[in-house]
Write a protein that binds this ligand. Structure first.
Ligand code: SF4
Length: 397
């Protein structure tokens, strides 16, 4: 295996420092790296070194397989009672005229537009508003499942759940069980930002704390359900804050095994209160994917959102530990474009996603939300495929 040879060559490199060689040897021996070694990778690990280690792990776990899914997003509102400094998406309530607030029926209409489309997942996440409460979301999930039982409902983050459970005066365990009964099938990874209080207090002060975020996922996992995790990186945090974040996730994963995928989210600086903070470089993005792959030894998947980092960087990331590039989308999310992502109308047909993966020598697999194989595209021949249809959504100027 090429990745194996590359790691062996790296271990013979006389110019490699003893501490980095020790980490490389650990990776080869399937040993977990420590917190301090995680920080050391950020401080001293060069791109080629990190890529060699991360790709070794990636290919050991998945070979060339690269996953994507066919999904669409519903963003119920871009208004929010919170005011996270990095958020380009939300409008405060006083800016209500700039925003959108979908009703239940409008959200169900979005679902119905996909009735004849082979999508497997609806991803629901947006701002936090009082009218979207426990009864509202329970009814929404129930009605989506009644309308289309095969559509996997992946919805809301601990930010919303903490808010609505507190309002309903119910504890997390009761609340998550209620959501499961209503039709919720998995939780996306958002709202994690950076767990460490030194940073969280500055950029996302009022919403759920790190402990609350982790507790809600833990309660969900205890129900036998799966979720994802994210980290917003590349702003005012230090390397040790990133490692602390991944350490807390690694510990929870040791307890529950409920996380499927870790998704590093690049901070974008357009139209938010941190516009003076420069964005990370592509090199730093790739280093970060690689270190995540090395550190999170108990996570099966590392995902790059192509809509956020561009198609080219997503292709590159497949050599730096990433094995999943998210979905075909089709312009149903505004979260990335409003933050300044290169993709202003993110949409790719299945054929385009498959070609993107094949063009860098990887093996495309369409998965469902739980990583069951839907279609193996390695030797698949496409009939000429139509471009995805674009459904009009409100655009905030
Ligand atoms: S990041 Fe989420 S919780 Fe924070 S302001 Fe934006 S929409 Fe609201």
């Amino acid at each position: 295996m090429a990745a194996d040879n590359n790691l062996q060559v790296l271990l013979q490199d006389p110019s490699l420092s003893a501490d980095l060689k020790h980490i490389a040897q650990k990776v080869l021996n399937h040993q977990r790296i420590t917190f301090d070694e995680g920080v050391l990778l950020y401080e001293k690990g060069e791109l080629g070194y990190l890529g060699t280690l991360a790709n070794y792990i990636r290919e050991e776990k998945h070979g060339d397989k690269t996953y994507f899914n066919r999904n669409f997003h519903i963003e119920p509102t871009n208004l929010c009672v919170y005011d996270c400094k990095f958020c380009s998406y939300s409008r405060l309530l006083k800016q209500r005229a700039d925003g959108w607030e979908y009703t239940m029926e409008e959200m169900l209409d979005i679902v119905k537009k996909y009735d004849n489309e082979p999508v497997t997942e609806v991803h629901i996440v947006g701002g936090v508003l009082p009218q979207y409460d426990v009864p509202f979301y329970a009814e929404l999930f129930r009605r989506i499942k009644e309308h289309r039982p095969d559509l996997h409902v992946k919805a809301l983050t601990p930010v919303e759940y903490h808010y609505i459970f507190k309002k309903a005066k119910i504890d997390y365990a009761t609340g998550m069980a209620l959501m499961k009964d209503a039709g919720l099938e998995s939780m996306p990874g958002g709202g994690a930002e950076i767990f460490h209080e030194e940073i969280r207090d500055q950029i996302a002060k009022d919403k759920c704390t790190a402990d609350q975020w982790l507790q809600i996922h833990e309660e969900w996992h205890k129900l036998g359900m799966r979720s994802n995790a994210t980290m917003l990186y590349g702003h005012i945090e230090k390397y040790r804050h990133r490692v602390d974040h991944m350490e807390r996730l690694r510990q929870l994963q040791d307890r529950t095994g409920g996380f499927q995928t870790f998704i590093p989210l690049k901070f974008r600086n357009k139209d938010n209160q941190m516009s003076d903070v420069p964005e990370s470089t592509v090199i730093e993005d790739l280093r970060n994917y690689a270190i995540a792959r090395i550190y999170l030894d108990n996570f099966d998947h590392i995902k790059a959102y192509w809509a956020m980092i561009s198609r080219t960087t997503a292709q590159l990331s497949l050599n730096f530990g990433v094995d999943d590039i998210d979905g075909t989308l089709d312009d149903t999310t505004k979260i990335y474009s409003m933050a300044g992502a290169e993709e202003q109308t993110p949409g790719m047909s299945t054929k385009e996603v498959v070609e993107l993966i094949k063009n860098v020598g990887r093996y495309p697999i369409e998965r469902d939300t739980l990583y069951n194989v839907v279609t193996d595209y390695n030797d698949f021949q496409f009939a000429e495929e139509a471009k995805p249809r674009f459904y009009k959504l409100p655009v905030v100027n």
